[in-house]
Design a protein around this ligand. Structure first.
Ligand code: FES
Length: 396
């Protein structure tokens, strides 16, 4: 067997003795520190809470009425979270017995957050339970609770082309207004060509603001498209593939869409004709339709009524639920404060475990992870009941 000869000099011997004591010394130190309070507030935690707050208390500072059905609310707060142009705030509302949320795109420049301000624009919708309530009840000085800025509808240079064609309809202009401000203010760097569809000239939201940005910033170009009024100043008709090609120029460009479902249905078919890679086409959230009737794959009966049994923190209660509404709406109508943000299947905040029963989720809203699908989790914001259900809204 090979023999090793170590020659240890006096200094080395001291090192070895020191090393021998290293482990017992450490154990002693750990035992001493065992009773000390472990700090839980690191700088990075504080920064993360500031950037992504769960809630923000804001005050309505100013209200700008565009017409009887549309108002912009300027919301202020002492410390408000920064955002990327195109993101939204989810607003928390208590209306009668119902506790609900609604997402609204931020329409102001990201620059405004330095002054503690956001702007959101609310337009009355035909079935707009929340928008009607906000338009009638939000007054200057009232405090409102919102989420932090949320959503993925913003420009990302690693993914998107340097030229973005924004396709907007009605109040879907709001995230694009914020993007245009961000470009003007030097906070975003891309070219934005905005095709903005309205019925008539009088329906155009933020006409002066958009014109002002276009005048001062050569990276922003605005084209108004009117569907019900023919004038020499504007394009007439709908936003077609021809119109996109006319103003888009040579590919590559990314197309961002934000507007009502009817606009998505029409423009998506037009975009198909352009044969773009899917990464070049992005939609702002689709929120769940008021009824699943007529959706691809839906085989339920919207006239039926079911019972929803809800488990939360070891408690259990049962509430009525219509087949025509999402599970989240049934929870909210019963006054159960269920978590939610986007209401379109994307964010995962409403995730719940389905213990019993069957639901239908429209494929275009199904943002669940594969693991959640296989372990029986649902997103109540876009799940419609097909039977009585038992769900746990605070699963592990
Ligand atoms: S609220 Fe976002 S996924 Fe349901």
């Amino acid at each position: 067997m090979k023999q090793f000869n170590f020659h240890v000099k006096p200094i080395g011997l001291l090192d070895m003795l020191h090393f021998k004591k290293l482990v017992p010394n450490r154990a002693e130190k750990l035992a001493e520190g065992a009773n000390e309070q472990v700090t839980s507030v690191y700088k990075v935690n504080r920064m993360s809470e500031f950037m992504h707050p769960a809630t923000q208390m804001l005050t309505i500072d100013e209200i700008i009425a565009h017409d009887d059905d549309t108002k912009t609310f300027i919301l202020t707060g002492q410390y408000i979270a920064p955002f990327r142009a195109g993101q939204y705030l989810s607003v928390y509302l208590t209306i009668g017995e119902s506790v609900i949320t609604r997402p609204y795109s931020i329409s102001s420049s990201p620059q405004w957050t330095k002054e503690g301000k956001y702007a959101v624009t609310v337009k009355r919708a035909s079935d707009g339970f929340a928008s009607d309530w906000i338009l009638s009840n939000w007054k200057v000085g009232i405090q409102v609770t919102t989420s932090g800025p949320e959503g993925n509808f913003y420009y990302e240079p690693l993914r998107d082309a340097g030229h973005v064609i924004g396709v907007a309809g009605g109040s879907g202009i709001t995230p694009f207004l914020s993007m245009a401000y961000a470009i003007r203010d030097g906070l975003e760097d891309f070219n934005l060509t905005l095709l903005y569809g309205s019925c008539a000239e009088s329906d155009i939201l933020y006409k002066l603001e958009l014109a002002e940005i276009e005048k001062n910033c050569d990276k922003v170009k605005i084209i108004h498209v009117l569907s019900e009024e023919k004038t020499s100043c504007y394009e007439y008709g709908f936003i077609t593939s021809e119109l996109i090609k006319k103003y888009g120029g040579d590919h590559p460009y990314s197309i961002f869409l934000c507007g009502p479902p009817a606009m998505y249905n029409f423009v998506d078919k037009e975009i198909e004709k352009l044969k773009l890679e899917s990464k070049y086409v992005r939609h702002e959230l689709f929120t769940s339709p008021a009824s699943p009737a007529g959706l691809d794959g839906y085989e339920g009966d919207v006239q039926k009524q079911y019972v929803l049994t809800v488990k939360r923190f070891g408690e259990q209660l049962s509430v009525p639920m219509k087949a025509s509404e999402t599970v989240l709406v049934a929870l909210e109508r019963a006054g159960i404060a269920a978590p939610s943000r986007c209401r379109g299947g994307e964010c995962g905040w409403c995730r719940a475990r389905l213990d019993k029963g069957e639901t239908f989720t429209p494929s275009h809203l199904d943002g669940r992870r594969m693991a959640d699908k296989t372990t029986g989790h649902i997103h109540p914001c876009c799940a419609y009941p097909l039977s009585d259900l038992t769900i746990d809204i605070c699963p592990e």
